[in-house]
Design a binder for this molecule. Structure first.
Ligand SMILES: Cc1ncc(COP(=O)(O)O)c(C=O)c1O
Length: 367
């Protein structure tokens, strides 16, 4: 008797579905809505980046090379030896897929610190890994990293620990000494620095790579550089670690246009700095404008997003998101956590959008 088609497939994949971001789908379907939900940069690419896109679009008939020029530039920016320390991905989301595929067999464990970015979980599910979520501590209106709990969660099956620095959605940094403690365990330790440029490269833990072979750092051009739609991210690690992950690289995963546009963006530091300054002023404006609203907890952010909890004001995050939508803004709902259904997150937009967001939050929370 013939076997059913499902039986040929990995058993853990049968329970999974394609991930589709409903907020991004909505934003493309209704372009008049203001996109304050996916930590995109509100500014269009700089003229230098547009020039590179145009130039390389004309040779889009050609395959890209392995990216030695842009990898050398990335190594230089991050104080590493050279392109052998850099692996390119179609966004860091793909880099996570490569790391998990090269480390995890079915049943082996990934430790993440929640709440956090969703890709770690999604890619873990695809390789049949077991996700171990260690919650941050919610104390005195702050969400705090808990390195002791992370270290205690390590078992013989742990293959990787991942921490975002600063974390999304909480917006804060883990203290540097905690990174050292986790690195000392010897377990592969990935530090996700997608938003590092907003606080400055000096906050990066990239220096640990030279001291600990198990430390890896990921970065992206989707945030401060404002190129989310181009898909360009990268992994920084010891050469031997890069060599162990590199066989998972799908040849030509990063196209000619994103590769050279990325180089132009990395060379155009002034444009990135301007975007960062704008963002940081707007974070300050939003946080200050909402600081006196009774019952609204604001999580100070070092990224391009801010997390709020409206529970003490008796408000639900989902209702806030719906209210904002009626005002023409897409905010990001958050699942219930720590016994509160009041969480929601917004991404920094253009000046007018941030003003609209402040008004919407004030109106909803005080109503
Ligand atoms: C912590 C974190 N890492 C990585 C990414 C995604 O990066 P990419 O666009 O490079 O896949 C995001 C995007 O929201 C993020 O929040």
């Amino acid at each position: 008797m013939k076997r059913k088609i499902e039986e040929f497939f990995m058993p853990w994949l049968r329970e999974q579905k394609q991930y589709i971001s409903p907020h991004i789908e909505l934003a493309w379907q209704e372009p008049e809505l203001r996109r304050m939900m996916s930590n995109e940069n509100p500014h269009e690419p700089s003229p230098k980046v547009l020039e590179a896109i145009n130039k390389y679009a004309r040779i889009a008939n050609r395959y890209p090379d392995q990216g030695l020029v842009v990898r050398s530039k990335i190594a230089e920016i991050n104080g590493l030896d050279g392109p052998e320390n850099v692996l390119l991905g179609n966004g860091t989301s793909e880099v996570y897929d490569m790391i998990w595929r090269s480390l995890i067999q079915p049943g082996e464990e990934v430790i993440q610190h929640t709440p956090c970015f969703g890709i770690y979980k999604l890619r873990c599910a695809v390789v049949g890994g077991k996700l171990v979520s260690v919650p941050m501590r919610y104390e005195d209106d702050q969400l705090l990293f808990d390195p002791d709990a992370i270290i205690q969660a390590i078992t013989p099956k742990t293959k990787v620990i991942v921490i975002a620095n600063p974390n999304n959605p909480t917006g804060n940094f883990m203290p540097p000494e905690a990174f050292v403690r986790i690195a000392e365990t010897g377990v592969p330790f990935v530090i996700d620095e997608a938003y590092i440029e907003y606080a400055g490269q000096e906050m990066s833990q990239v220096g640990l790579i030279k001291r600990y072979k198990n430390v890896m750092v990921t970065m992206t051009l989707s945030k401060a550089y404002g190129l989310a739609g181009l898909r360009f991210g990268y992994l920084l690690a010891d050469k031997d670690v890069i060599d162990l992950i590199a066989p998972t690289l799908i040849p030509w995963n990063v196209g000619t246009i994103p590769m050279w546009a990325a180089l132009a963006a990395l060379d155009d530091e002034e444009s990135m700095r301007n975007k960062v300054d704008f963002n940081n002023h707007q974070v300050k404006y939003i946080e200050e404008s909402l600081s006196n609203i009774p019952g609204l907890t604001i999580f100070h952010s070092y990224g391009n997003y801010i997390l709020f909890d409206g529970q003490k004001a008796g408000k639900k995050g989902n209702d806030m998101v719906e209210f904002a939508r009626k005002k023409g803004l897409i905010f990001r709902p958050q699942p219930e956590m720590y016994g509160s259904d009041g969480f929601f997150r917004l991404t920094i937009g253009l000046e007018e959008e941030n003003r609209m967001a402040v008004e919407a939050i004030k109106e909803f929370i005080t109503s």
